[in-house]
Design a protein around this ligand. Structure first.
Ligand code: TYC
Length: 107
């Protein structure tokens, strides 16, 4: 409880319902990874449909980066690791990174 300066009434501070931060998992464009491989990654690791995966892949291709999904920290971290490992094993330079969502995004 805090005292309101002018009226001396007790004001109960609003309960802070802070949601855990979310992280965007991004795919980065490069000149060498085949488009089909990026589509496969989006379908296999981010559960996208063929149509959604093609749309995201083209966005990355045209804009330089695109959001594959939004997750809590540890899930995002795992996705990034698995995707980069899968790309490396298949000898493609595709890079996956994570970025904290800013407070105003979403809602
Ligand atoms: N630019 C690549 C090409 O022309 C395709 C590509 C798309 C690569 C998305 C990476 O995250 C990526 N083959």
């Amino acid at each position: 409880m805090e005292t309101d300066e002018k009226t001396s009434t007790l004001v109960k501070p609003k309960a802070k319902t802070k949601r855990p931060p979310l992280y965007k998992v991004l795919l980065l464009n490069d000149d060498f990874t085949p488009m089909d491989f990026v589509v496969l990654v989006l379908k296999r690791f981010f559960s996208k449909s063929q149509v959604e995966a093609e749309k995201i892949m083209l966005e990355v291709h045209n804009k330089g980066a695109g959001v594959a999904g939004v997750f809590p920290f540890e899930v995002a971290e795992t996705k990034v690791f698995i995707v980069n490992e899968f790309s490396r094993r298949n000898e493609h330079p595709l890079k996956c990174i994570m970025e904290k969502e800013t407070e105003t995004e979403g809602s």
